[in-house]
Design a protein around this ligand. Sequence first.
Ligand code: UGA
Length: 430
Amino acid sequence: GDTPKRRVAVFGAGYIGLVTGACLAELGHQVVVRDISPEKIELLRSGEIPIYEPGLGDMIVRNKERLTFTLDLQEALASAEVVYVCVDTPPSASGDADLSRVWSVVRSLEGAPRLRVVAMKSTVPVGTGTRVREALDAAGLGHVGYAANPEFTAEGTAVNDFLHPDRVVVGASDEETARLVAQLHEGVDGPVVRMDVRSAEMVKLASNALLATKISFINEIATLCEKTGADVEEVARAVGLDHRLGHHFLRPGIGWGGSCFPKDSEALRQLASNTGYHLQLLSAVIEVNNLQKRRAIQKLKDVLGTLAGGRVTLLGLTFKPGTDDMREAPSTVLAARLLAEGAEVRCWDPMARPAETEPWTSTTRHATPETALDGADAAIVVTEWPQLKEVDWARAASAMRRPVLFDGRNMLDPAGMRALGFTYLGVGRP
Ligand code: UGA
């Protein structure tokens, strides 16, 4: 297009910052990504990426003329017209999002010579924009516009989600800022939706909360299916055919995890309670998600009697397949509970790098699902990695001490598994 290419500084080289930086460079903008971690920047400069995200590495290499990495604040700010804030906002002890990294970026912008817009990608509480505005004004940056530009990319498909979004939400108080941020997205295949800053901040939290609600809803229906003899897979398929409901996020399972849903739903609940309102529905959605993990353990106990002394294999550790991300993964809760029940826990995952802390220091990691299953009393499919479809389950059934399998993602065929001798348990299916 004819719209000008911009000079953009992205603060934060995590999932969001790298995807944002790489995609903006792909769109033709000149991007510098700044992070405070020397290890990360060194790695990125050597052409490697610190995370696993399909397509991202290639995109970074392809755009190396337009995409640089730096530790140096002045270098990042010298020519930046737009600053993207992409730092993480972890939960704090109070339940509110910890915005200290956001504030340290905002504080560092004073004196940026060519800055025109600060755009927020980090997920922040509603009202943060107003506080950033005040901070910019106080720092002599009253002429700089502010935009809330939340991201809706999912891990594993982030690059595609950025370039082909359902929508690009731009919240800004002035027309010029909104236009500049919209223009930055020229070439992106999706509509730009403009609104005020607070509404844009709310869209992000409301979207994730509604997605989490759909999952918890179908998980509760799955529980009821177990008690009534219905099959939740059939139910979800037909319910999803109603276009008003849609089939997305109706896959029952062991519960939602990841870097976003748990954190964002807590943050939204906290945001509400700070205003004096208790979010009824969201609280139940979170409770159902916690219950789902407790029920998984209970299912094994119902079959094995006791877990004490039993060997239990966790198949898949990441919060979903296609990522190496272990943040808020249900596997961590399951491993801790199994250990607490006195079980010996072994695990397999093709990608995860679990922390060197409990419960992982007390579990045995195996290189293949087969060796992880050898001699086990029960196994749980925690993450639906496609590799699990390729396991020689007939061999596994005879190699296990007791062939008990809880398919926490309903990815295997119940009849087929039973024919191989498994005591097969699914989620909400007979
Ligand atoms: C999620 C949203 O999907 C993105 O739109 C959003 O931008 C992102 O959070 C964010 O806020 O940054 P992500 O956390 O990467 O993306 O992962 P999802 O694919 O949404 O999965 C979240 C969890 O829900 C996973 O644990 C997954 O196993 C579970 N899930 C998902 C189900 O149990 N059932 C489903 O039907 C779908």
